[in-house]
Design a protein around this ligand. Structure first.
Ligand code: HEM
Length: 453
């Protein structure tokens, strides 16, 4: 078993705050404190101010929802007081414009119903058929290395996979364009915490780079759209074109908007999940060996049903998502006056739902900082301690539409890794994380990757 919480974070969590910068610089300070140590910031706030309190991030006052009760109310949104568009829109709006997650109420319901067609069981079976051999081929080509940077390798591999399963190929890409598309995605995601918020292309600001990135992505998808419509394949882009044409309710611009959003939603989150699993298994040889045995039986091209049958893969994935949720904070904005757990929230207020804290609260989990996949086993089911104790995929009407897909793809990649390699990371190694958008390890998370004996 391994201790998951960065020891420096643990120190910050359990020490009283030493005159935090936040008290002197309320605007910048809140942002810096969060970026430095998100979990410690959430813990401190929850213990000192309770489940609903105000903080200052990125030049705005945000009401933080901490702990499963507050997160449940905000996510289930019973009086429709919270909207996604103006919340997420403040962070990434111009770059993921009209993506499903940024739509609200009746319009969101309409698009979600249409897009669900792309995630039916037969479609997922088709995506798995496309993915399995590509995953295996890609991972088998990796070379052993005592300092193999797993994060960039997975990021590039999952983008290649997305090009096939989401796009149906990139036959019209120009030389070097796939790399530019990758950079464009990164720039759009990193815009979340930009201070200079104008969308004039400018290589020196985050928003400026993201604006350029968005154009690259639009060009890329628009060029491929007629071919997907004329000769639809099993890929998600073709499915969306068919759904759009059959319903008459989505125009070409919106197909492109949804594709850009979907790729972003899928790409970074899956990369982050598998990276974190590799990290945890690298410190826990017993779980690594146990999973390897089962994955060797699974073989190189399993069906989705066969992958789902490996219960231990599921335990490890759930436990990793508990400790390292790829989306630690969800954005909303109040569209009318409301209250949560007795705390008034005025119309116009930004709201930060922070599911990550619920995953670490000792009120709901035994030894929450220990990597212990068996806590999700049928005998223990610690996640049942509260309906929203475990919420890496969110909840309510915006709950992740790609959850089954994400499980399938992450497990396929992990299974291929386990069948080809063994790996370790030193027990005292703590990946230095960048937390100003979706969290990722700045050093690429080096692992000692060895061929199987
Ligand atoms: C482990 C990987 C993933 C995690 C942890 C994750 C997490 C989330 C979360 C927390 C939300 C809710 C956001 C909110 O309420 O504001 C969400 C929404 C969404 N995710 Fe995922 N996601 C993952 C993978 C994927 C994949 C692979 C896809 C697509 C294939 C996807 C598609 C979506 C979509 C379309 C939404 C918007 C749903 C809506 O607003 O109705 N996600 N995801």
């Amino acid at each position: 078993m391994s201790i998951a919480l960065d020891p420096r974070e643990r120190e910050k969590v359990f020490q009283p705050p030493a005159a935090p910068l936040a008290s002197h610089l309320p605007i910048i300070g809140g942002t810096l404190e969060y970026v430095d140590s998100p979990l410690a910031t959430m813990f401190r706030r929850y213990r000192q101010h309770g489940p609903v309190s105000d903080l200052h991030i990125l030049g705005q006052t945000w009401t933080a929802m901490l702990g499963p009760d507050a997160c449940q109310i905000a996510l289930q949104n019973p009086d429709k007081a919270f909207a996604n568009g103006p919340g997420w829109g403040y962070l990434v709006g111009p770059f993921f414009d009209r993506g499903l997650m940024l739509l609200d109420f009746a319009e969101h319901k309409h698009y979600r119903t249409l897009m669900m067609e792309a995630f039916t069981r037969p479609r997922l079976e088709g995506y798995t058929r496309t993915l399995a051999p590509l995953v295996d081929e890609g991972i088998a080509a990796w070379r052993p290395d005592p300092a193999f940077q797993i994060y960039p390798a997975l990021k590039s591999h999952t983008l290649d996979l997305a090009t096939s399963v989401f796009m149906g190929g990139a036959e019209l890409a120009e030389p070097g364009e796939i790399e530019r598309v990758n950079t464009a995605f990164v720039d759009c995601v990193l815009a979340a915490n930009g201070w200079v918020r104008t969308t004039t292309p400018n290589p020196f600001t985050k928003w400026g780079r993201a604006a350029r990135g968005r154009r690259i992505l639009e060009d890329f998808f628009r060029r491929h759209l007629p071919a997907r419509r004329a000769n639809p394949g099993e890929d998600l882009f073709s499915v969306l074109c068919q759904v759009a044409d059959a319903s008459g309710g989505i125009d070409d611009d919106d197909i492109i908007n949804q594709m850009i959003f979907l790729l972003m939603a899928a790409h970074d989150t899956t990369t982050s999940t598998v990276t974190s699993i590799v990290f945890e298994l690298g410190r826990d040889p017993r779980w690594q060996a146990r999973l390897r045995e089962q994955c060797l039986e699974l073989g190189p091209t399993p069906t989705i049903a066969e992958i789902e049958d490996v219960a231990d893969l599921d335990l490890v994935m759930k436990e990793t998502l508990r400790l390292h949720p790829p989306v630690p904070v969800l954005a909303r904005r109040a569209v009318k006056d409301t209250e949560v757990l007795g705390v008034p929230i005025p119309k116009g207020r930004f709201v930060a739902i922070m599911p990550m804290l619920s995953h670490h609260l000792p009120e709901y989990w035994t030894d929450p900082e220990i990597f212990d996949p068996a806590r999700f086993s049928p005998e223990r089911r610690e996640d049942k301690s509260h309906r929203f104790a475990w919420e890496p995929f969110g909840g309510g009407v915006h709950k992740c539409l790609g959850m089954v897909f994400a499980n399938m793809e992450s497990k396929l990649v992990l299974s291929a890794l386990l069948r080809n390699f063994e790996w370790s990371v030193p027990l005292d190694y703590v990946p230095p994380m960048r937390n100003d958008s979706l969290p990722y390890p700045i050093d690429g998370l080096p692992v000692d990757l060895r061929p199987l004996d």
